[in-house]
Write a protein that binds this ligand. Structure first.
Ligand code: NAD
Ligand code: UGA
Length: 449
């Protein structure tokens, strides 16, 4: 089996490398010459755990290669995957499909013999039909089928998600195309991964429905966290208490500063627009989009409140700027709202992220970037944790307290225990859990009842 992967970003590179690990011959194509040169030099342009070894092993085995030259890669392929970006279109929030359609045209010009064209990019319902039309118009003689095969991997655990997915969704009515897809995913059949064969529009919608549902679940627990703060309840116990109900499930009930990343924000918005256009609005999702964007902005106010109502002239140490740990991706990260708001309120910002600083430096001006978490905190008036990288989970708290001017921590990922933090003497602010007064805790410890 030979495939061409058009677009060598987070999804194209991971999927391409994983298919090659299954034994498929894969050529990854990208227009970005610097990216392909980097890969051909043995370097990985993104941070994704385990990807460097996976790529190196398969390049060495001769099953994986990289090129900017789409033509030969497509001519030789049994299946061509479209894995280009589908960002929000400026102005209206619909998915921008210009990269998908451009790729479809280039594929059509180069197809040779029966070819399965697979949309792996997240695309609105009807895109497969449009891709088919473009190919048909460009090459009336071509023999092909267009299949929808959305990708459900997460950044940071992308290889495991691809190799051991909860399910694979394949949208096509063509039995010939199904057979090609069955062959490609054969190793997953062997580990009994559920494979859902359905129509193309249904498959396209499944992807949006999945992302939107997860974004809704996160937004629900974020609102419950706000309520917990008013009612002196603990959101983590609530999440556990409801999550142990198998009908609800424990995953994606961790409160935070609002979901970010390259997909939830753009996909929720795109589905809202699709539903409005179809005359069947999704009011829940419209509300989720609104709550989440307000929440990201409101996080800066929380930090300011924790600093006594003003950060003017104060130094704030920021730990983590990526939208989640184990990625260098900064797309729609909450830090992009929070840091500029703190700077506008007069704060001096010092920040550190294990992998995200290269990109963040260009996106967030006016920040002093540091080499370690401890360097960031030296002389600061408060520290805030925006991303739950493992290295922030076990900080030497006595050292942190010595380094900070004021012992104030605003933990937007709830990775520390409020009572323990108060015992160490921190004014520890987190999300949806009762605030423990450092002095009150100290007194309770001194005089047990
Ligand atoms: P990305 O921006 O990281 O990569 C896209 C790549 O496509 C870029 O390198 C770009 O140069 C290349 N490209 C664009 N047009 C091209 C063309 N005509 N020929 C060759 N290369 C071209 O994007 P991504 O994060 O990998 O996302 C790709 C798609 O997958 C999106 O639709 C996204 O919603 C979806 N998706 C992403 C994730 C994720 O975790 N990032 C997960 C599931 C699905
Ligand atoms: C998400 C989905 O989980 C993938 O299934 C999907 O393939 C992908 O989008 C996509 O379509 O691109 P990803 O964006 O990589 O994956 O990361 P997630 O782990 O889903 O996190 C997204 C955001 O939600 C992050 O900002 C994270 O901090 C936040 N989150 C997640 C929470 O605030 N609480 C949670 O309990 C879980």
């Amino acid at each position: 089996m030979r495939i061409a992967m058009i677009g060598t970003g987070y999804v194209g590179l991971v999927s391409g490398a994983c298919f090659s690990e299954f034994g498929v011959d894969v050529v990854c194509v990208d227009k970005n010459e610097a990216k392909i040169a980097c890969l051909n030099d043995g370097e990985i342009p993104i941070f994704e755990p385990g990807l460097d070894d996976l790529v190196a092993n398969n390049v060495k085995a001769g099953r994986l290669s990289f090129t900017t030259d789409l033509g030969p890669a497509v001519q030789a392929a049994d299946a061509v995957f479209i894995a280009v970006g589908t960002p929000s279109r400026r102005g209206d929030g619909h998915a921008d499909l210009s990269y998908v359609y451009a790729a479809a045209r280039e594929i059509a010009e180069n197809m040779d013999g029966y070819t399965v064209v697979v949309t792996k990019s997240t695309v609105p319902v009807g895109t497969g039909r449009e891709v088919e039309k473009i190919i048909r118009e460009t090459r009336p003689d071509a023999q092909f089928d267009v299949v929808s095969n959305p990708e459900f991997l997460r950044e940071g655990s992308a290889i495991n998600d691809f190799m051991r997915p909860d399910r694979v969704v394949i949208g096509t009515k063509s039995e010939k195309a199904r057979e090609v897809m069955r062959q490609l995913y054969r190793p997953l059949y062997l580990i009994e991964t559920p494979i859902i064969f359905t129509s193309r529009p249904t498959s396209e919608l499944i992807k949006y429905a999945a992302n939107t549902f997860l974004a809704t679940k996160i937004t629900f627990i974020n609102e419950i966290a706000d309520l917990c703060e008013k009612l002196d309840a603990d959101v983590q116990d609530v999440a556990r208490g409801i999550g142990l109900d198998g009908r609800i499930g424990r995953k994606f009930l961790h409160t935070g500063p609002g979901y970010g990343g390259s997909c939830f924000p753009k996909d929720t918005l795109a589905l809202v627009r699709t539903a409005q256009d179809a005359g069947s609005p999704l009011r829940i999702v419209e509300t989720v989009v609104d709550i989440n964007s307000r929440r990201k902005k409101a996080m800066a106010d929380r930090i300011i409140a924790a600093c006594g109502g003003s950060v003017d002239g104060k130094t704030i140490a920021v730990l983590g700027v990526t939208f989640k740990p184990n990625t260098d991706d900064m797309r729609d990260a909450p830090s992009l709202d929070i840091l500029p708001a703190l700077a506008a309120a007069g704060a001096d910002l010092r920040a550190y992220d294990p992998e995200g600083m290269k990109e963040a430096r260009e996106m967030i001006p006016g920040v002093q970037w540091c080499d370690t978490a401890y360097e960031t905190m030296g002389g600061a008036n408060a520290v805030t944790i925006l991303t739950e990288w493992n290295e922030f989970r076990m900080l030497d708290l006595a050292r942190v307290k010595r380094l900070l001017k004021d012992p104030v921590m605003v933990d937007l990922r709830n990775i520390y225990n409020p009572t323990e933090m108060a015992q160490v003497g921190f004014r520890y602010h987190c999300l949806g859990r009762p605030f423990a007064e450092p002095a009150a805790v100290a007194a309770a410890v001194a005089e047990p009842v």
